[in-house]
Write a protein that binds this ligand. Structure first.
Ligand code: IPM
Ligand code: MG
Length: 361
């Protein structure tokens, strides 16, 4: 297969982790006789430095003309980076939100899985960690508070900020369908998370999800309030299969879910539209505090590349090869510093990429 991939390395640790994912992809392609054409484009802080804006039409077009986008992470230290002196619509994050919207990437899949080998790095009590967990957070990505009207006004000398949370039933229906479809390929359960005891948008959410579920009688649906979900994630994460939720709740819950896997450096993600096109990025940020030191964990990005092979290119066997190589490296005791524990062997970012690539084929 010939694959055309747009690459956004991004800021902070982005260039380091994406280089390792490319190393692993190149190895898979060599072993399985595929070819990849990469086209590197800028977004976020790197784009601000080069063009004065976090996202250009050229970057959007290059992504549109590719089969998929592989991304690192964007943004810098919000306290010290000059990017955060710019108005909000010119900052790095606006580039990420802009590309999600421009490419209609409404479905964000964030799997969180506890590797047996990492149960020591899991911050939960042993009896909870021992049960293991394997969930997928299906986060709505182009609606809600992130894209509602917002403004700051001054009334009678007092500043007032307004953010609006809007969902249409169509926006809810299409993400719910994605959740039920994927639940069918997993353990057949969807827990939809909302705040229906307070918010109108959540009451509509619940109503639409209930009506979509009628087309999926084989999938078990239940509803959970978001505050309870935050609690259940640390009390008994094994109860979750597919977690369906809106944009802001999904942002928060997916960080929590990633932390209980042992490190935020392990969580991959896919952002999909209605076609096979997708943007694949780790769920974590750009970690400017450790950028350029070759100590970041590239696994989330490498697993995101595996998701790309699976969802955009239907290359399940190749995706399995990457996932197996990651779990082999972990079971052989190799770790980056974020998941290092006594008795394991600490690797740099590039060494981790090499070890994973070496185990393919
Ligand atoms: C994420 C990130 C982004 C988000 C930021 C960088 C805008 O936290 O992908 O989870 O909030 O969606
Ligand atoms: Mg986030």
């Amino acid at each position: 297969m010939d694959m055309k991939i747009a690459v956004i390395k991004g800021d902070g640790i982005g260039p380091e982790i994406v280089s390792e994912a490319m190393k692993v992809l190149d190895k898979v392609c060599a072993v399985c006789s595929h070819s990849i054409e990469y086209r590197e484009v800028l977004m976020g802080g790197a784009s601000i430095d080069a063009f004065g804006v976090p996202l250009t039409e050229e970057t959007i077009e290059a992504c549109r003309n590719s089969d998929a986008v592989l991304m690192g992470s964007i943004g810098g230290d919000t306290n010290t980076s000059p990017w955060y002196k710019l108005e909000p619509s010119k900052r790095p994050e606006a580039g990420l939100l802009g590309i999600r919207k421009a490419l209609n990437l409404f479905a964000n899949l964030r799997p969180a899985y506890l590797y047996k080998e990492l149960s020591q790095a899991c911050p939960l009590k042993k009896e909870i960690a021992d049960k293991g967990f394997d969930m997928l957070i299906m986060r709505e990505l182009t609606g809600g508070l992130y894209f509602g009207e917002r403004k700051t006004v001054t009334e009678n000398g007092i500043r007032k900020a307004i953010d609006t949370l809007t969902y249409t039933e169509e926006e809810i229906r299409r993400i719910a369908i994605k959740a039920f479809e994927i639940a069918r390929k997993r353990r057949g359960s969807v827990i939809s998370v909302d705040k229906a005891n307070v918010l109108d948008s959540s009451r509509l959410w619940r109503d639409v999800v209930n009506s979509v579920s009628k087309d999926y009688p084989d999938v078990k649906l239940s509803h959970m309030l978001v505050d309870n979900c935050a609690m259940q994630l640390v009390k008994d994460p094994s109860q979750f299969d597919v977690v369906l939720t809106e944009n802001m709740f999904g942002d928060i819950l997916s960080d929590e879910a990633s932390m209980i896997t042992g490190s935020i450096g392990m969580l991959s993600s896919a952002s999909l539209n209605d076609t096979k096109f997708g943007l694949y990025e780790p769920s974590h940020g750009s970690a400017p505090d450790i950028a350029g030191q070759n100590i970041a964990n590239p696994i989330a990005t490498i697993l995101s590349a595996a998701m790309m092979l699976r969802y955009t290119f239907d290359l399940d066997k190749e995706a399995d090869l990457i996932e197996k190589a990651v779990s082999d490296v972990l079971s052989e005791g190799f770790r980056t510093s974020d998941i290092y524990t006594e008795g394991t062997r600490k690797l740099s970012c590039s060494q981790m990429g090499e070890e994973i690539a070496r185990r393919i084929g």
